[in-house]
Design a protein around this ligand. Structure first.
Ligand SMILES: *[C@@H]1O[C@H](CO)[C@@H](O)[C@H](O)[C@H]1NC(C)=O
Ligand SMILES: *[C@@H]1O[C@H](CO)[C@@H](O)[C@H](O)[C@H]1NC(C)=O
Ligand SMILES: *[C@@H]1O[C@H](CO)[C@@H](O)[C@H](O)[C@H]1NC(C)=O
Ligand SMILES: *[C@@H]1O[C@H](CO)[C@@H](O)[C@H](O)[C@H]1NC(C)=O
Ligand SMILES: *[C@@H]1O[C@H](CO)[C@@H](O)[C@H](O)[C@H]1NC(C)=O
Ligand SMILES: *[C@@H]1O[C@H](CO)[C@@H](O)[C@H](O)[C@H]1NC(C)=O
Ligand SMILES: *[C@@H]1O[C@H](CO)[C@@H](O)[C@H](O)[C@H]1NC(C)=O
Ligand SMILES: *[C@@H]1O[C@H](CO)[C@@H](O)[C@H](O)[C@H]1NC(C)=O
Length: 793
């Protein structure tokens, strides 16, 4: 979401700034008690009584509000209700990879000028390390609580972004954990539980009972966004505000929706955000089938549904889907939306009620969801100092452990894409003098952090970090990432020719990919390719190419150029990313990251970005999308990533046959479970369903043998590939991933638990999940595989 600027409305940020000024002035002139609800003057009111249930407290509060006051609570800048001692509340805060001031809820300055900025999500995803994602989110929520205690932040965060990275051109692909629905689901569970303060156990992958002083206290509320099928900013004349995404029930069932289902059901996120785009004609925020039936009833959301910023206004102003502003407001609230990011609902809800299209009871439903959450977060429990996280203060922000984690995260994410003849790692004994070249070599914080970042604790550019290892000569090569002129290339060639090694750091930045902006090309911008080719051919020593980017880049020319020994993808690596890149090049650790998205060649740009189909279409020549369906050539595949270690992988154990206690209904659209003995099919209840499902889990053990003298961490991805290609089923699915630590000269067994019902099902054309029987190939890579047959009892 961002500043959706409209002529008729004050631009968001300006409006937000005006509100803050008011807010801070009051802090300065009033006593403390106006900054939090239920301060001593108001604590006697029943809604402040912590002994009562949340529901009773909310009903009491609602009974005291006038209709006008109620309406003012339905928007992201909820008004104060001073007569009840309730301050205003900013719902909109962002924390994708550290707190950010993209939303007005977070305000830097004073005691907290900056926060820990972790790598942009796509790079953390590349670590394939669930514990890391969870620890990052724990650090982020600790910093959020600390800022809240100091009056500089709210407790409702509109993160994570778990839309599938469907198209490589998408400007916000960088904010997501990539293209695979299983990976995104796992990321959502790890990240949301870290934000919300639920304990998380990577192995059982369940949220476990909380212990200790913060027992049951919600740390901050996470939000799964953007629901749904949102992954186009501005491309070919289309914009996200007006785009009508045409998606089949089949693709919704096994690609677009699984991450959201996990985010709500498994992670118990407290919020879902409806998106700007339409889905099959209906604006998502006005779609009751999606919001009320699917998210709220079927998935069981306990929390609130917010619109993306000004997505309610879009329903009338941009697409004319509603007949009037008040109709747009009524449609969205009636569909199940509870909160409007923006002001549209507060401006038009009264008219909607008057016209009869909106009932007060609907507003009360929304307010019940909103105030229940504010109460669960402790926003009506008086002084934050005396609440479960009340001791967190400025020393909890940018703490040593958080900074170390940011460094660790960058190191774990880096992906080694090419390393001919063990070009890397460099040794400081051999490499004394390096040429560091390229528009991203001395990348500013703005580039290193990516979208949605706050001011970092501190940061080091790759150039500065490399200076710790060798004598550096630096040539920018291009003025900036756009690289329109080749006038600086000659100077770069000169430094390349006389160094022991050349490190060329190129790629993208927010001028190429960002919110509201998609790419139209996949190759490097401007004359970057010329810079890379000419400096590497002039190089006397070995050459390393480092790419900073969120989305994939077609670097086929470099992959196939024998002068370029190594290629590293560094995403947008966050505040400590420069150091991580330098340490990787000089052998401080072995890379363990793997690509969380397919790297497509430039020819993919012939595919319209607006085509939402995941599945290929042979008659139209449409190649399909992502590793699960894409049939064309790749530059690098999903899951690609090399190591410095010499590791061999084999299957130590995997069953050859799995007997399933299931049968299908006649139309074949639903999986029906069967009791072990009776022969009749019936639809089981949840409990029994889980019981049956768990009994068919099977174990797979992959054995890793490491022969060299270097240890480190290593990532294993397990895929399942059906041997029989039924129509429209994925060519492969990711069914497991694990990152493990290895000692030099050791053997490690990595265990996976595969559940056919969870990991191997696919959607029918109606969107129901089914499991196809027959032989499957379990594969670690193209060389290492094992056949397992799924059959009926
Ligand atoms: C809440 O319960 C505690 C313990 O039972 C009691 O001491 C306290 O007075 C109660 N507070 C209110 C406002 O009823
Ligand atoms: C409450 O909001 C009103 C309207 O924005 C403002 O005039 C007033 O000063 C605020 N009062 C407090 C105590 O924040
Ligand atoms: C408003 O409430 C009445 C009475 O329950 C109901 O018949 C009507 O359908 C509701 N209208 C809307 C727009 O929800
Ligand atoms: C590199 O960037 C840093 C921080 O942005 C800046 O202070 C420094 O002058 C730059 N170095 C060179 C050699 O341009
Ligand atoms: C090129 O590399 C060789 C071997 O490493 C070295 O002897 C020679 O001095 C280098 N030439 C220049 C111009 O640096
Ligand atoms: C596949 O392409 C053909 C030819 O363009 C078209 O008629 C057909 O509807 C497409 N199928 C699907 C499932 O989109
Ligand atoms: C799978 O392995 C675990 C130990 O990792 C073991 O407890 C469990 O019984 C095994 N399950 C099966 C079906 O072999
Ligand atoms: C996963 O991340 C955590 C947190 O940084 C780290 O302690 C652990 O070693 C990582 N696991 C592997 C195998 O790299």
């Amino acid at each position: 979401m961002d500043t959706f600027r409209r002529a008729m409305q004050a631009p968001w940020k300006l409006m937000a700034v005006a509100l803050f000024l008011t807010f801070f002035n009051q802090c300065a002139t009033f006593s403390d008690d106006v900054t939090y609800a239920c301060s001593s003057d108001f604590v006697h009111l029943p809604f402040c009584n912590r002994n009562s249930s949340v529901a009773d407290r909310v009903y009491d509060l609602l009974s005291r509000l006038s209709l006008e006051e109620k309406i003012e609570q339905l928007v992201s800048s909820a008004a104060n209700i001073s007569r009840l001692g309730i301050p205003s509340y900013y719902w909109w805060s962002e924390a994708l990879h550290g707190l950010s001031d993209d939303g007005p809820g977070v305000r830097f300055g004073g005691e907290i000028p900056g926060v820990t900025v972790f790598p942009q999500v796509i790079l953390s995803a590349a670590s394939f390390n669930r514990s890391l994602w969870n620890l990052i989110a724990q650090a982020v929520s600790t910093e959020a609580r600390a800022m809240y205690n100091l009056g500089q932040a709210g407790l409702t965060y509109w993160s994570p972004n778990i839309n599938i990275f469907r198209d490589p051109r998408w400007g916000r692909g960088q904010e997501t954990p990539g293209e695979d629905p299983f990976l995104s689901s796992e990321y959502a569970v790890a990240y949301v539980s870290g934000l919300q303060g639920q304990d998380y156990n990577e192995d059982s992958k369940h949220l476990i009972e909380s212990k200790g002083e913060t027992q049951n206290a919600l740390k901050v509320a996470a939000c799964c966004k953007h629901f749904t099928a949102y992954d186009l900013e501005a491309w070919g004349g289309y914009t996200r505000y007006t785009f009508n995404a045409l998606v089949t029930p089949q693709d919704l069932g096994d690609t677009y929706h699984p991450p959201f289902k996990s985010c709500v059901q498994d992670a118990q996120a407290k919020c879902v955000m409806c998106s700007y785009n339409r889905l099959n004609g209906l604006p998502t925020c006005a779609d009751g089938q999606l919001l009320s039936q699917l998210v709220r009833q079927q998935w069981g959301l306990e929390g609130y549904i917010t619109s993306d910023c000004d997505a309610v206004a879009v329903v009338y102003e941009y697409i004319g889907f509603a007949a009037s502003p008040e109709d747009a407001v009524a449609m969205c609230l009636n569909a199940g939306m509870d909160l409007n990011c923006g002001t549209y609902v507060s401006r038009h809800a009264a008219a909607a009620i008057q016209s009869g299209s909106l009932n007060v009871s609907t507003i009360e439903r929304a307010l019940f969801n909103l105030f229940s959450l504010r109460m669960q977060l402790g926003l009506f429990d008086g002084d934050p100092k005396f609440q479960p996280f009340g001791k967190l203060g400025s020393d909890s922000v940018c703490s040593d452990s958080h900074r170390k984690l940011a460094f660790e995260a960058a190191k774990q994410g880096l992906v080694l894409l090419k390393n001919d003849a063990k070009n890397l790692p460099f040794s400081t004994d051999d490499i004394k003098k390096i040429a560091v070249i390229g528009p991203n070599a001395n990348a500013s914080a703005d580039i290193l952090l990516g979208n949605y970042a706050g001011p970092p604790c501190d940061f080091v550019t790759p150039l500065e970090a490399l200076q710790e290892y060798a004598i550096v000569t630096y040539a920018r090569g291009c003025v900036d990432v756009e690289c329109v002129s080749d006038s600086l290339i000659d100077a770069a060639i000169e430094v390349a020719a006389v160094a022991d090694a050349v490190i060329i750091i190129v790629g993208l930045d927010k001028s190429q990919e960002r919110e509201d902006h998609d790419r139209t090309i996949l190759v490097l911008p401007g004359v970057q390719e010329k810079l890379v080719s000419e400096t590497s051919s002039a190089a006397n020593g070995s050459v390393v190419l480092v790419i900073l980017s969120g989305g994939p880049v077609d670097v086929t020319f470099a992959r196939d150029n024998s002068k370029i020994g190594s290629i590293i993808w560094a995403g947008y690596p966050g505040e400590a990313g420069g150091k991580a890149i330098a340490e990787l090049i000089f052998g401080g650790f072995s890379p363990g990251g793997k690509l969380p998205m397919t790297w497509y060649p430039e020819t993919f740009t012939q595919v319209p970005m607006t085509d939402m189909n995941m599945r290929p279409n042979i008659s139209s020549g449409y190649p399909g999308r992502t590793h699960r369906f894409y049939t064309g050539d790749t530059v690098f595949k999903f899951g690609h990533g090399l190591s410095y270690m010499d590791v061999s992988e084999t299957f130590a154990f995997a069953p050859s046959e799995i007997i399933l206690p299931i049968c299908m209904d006649l139309s074949g659209e639903k999986i029906l479970m069967m009791d072990p003995s009776p022969s009749q099919c019936h639809v089981p209840d949840e409990g029994m369903e889980n019981d049956v499902k768990n009994r068919v889990e099977f174990n797979v053990t992959v054995r890793l043998r490491i022969s060299g003298s270097m240890g480190g961490s290593y990532t294993v991805l397990l895929f399942s590939r059906p041997s029989i290609q039924y129509m429209n089923i994925p060519q492969q699915q990711l069914v497991g991933f694990k990152r493990v630590d290895m000692e030099p000269q050791s053997t490690v067994d990595v265990g996976f638990v595969v559940n056919p019902y969870k990991h191997m099902t696919v959607a029918t054309e109606y969107g129901n999940m089914v499991l196809h029987l027959g032989p499957y190939v379990l594969a670690i890579n193209d060389q290492v595989h094992h056949t397992v047959i799924l059959k009926f009892a």
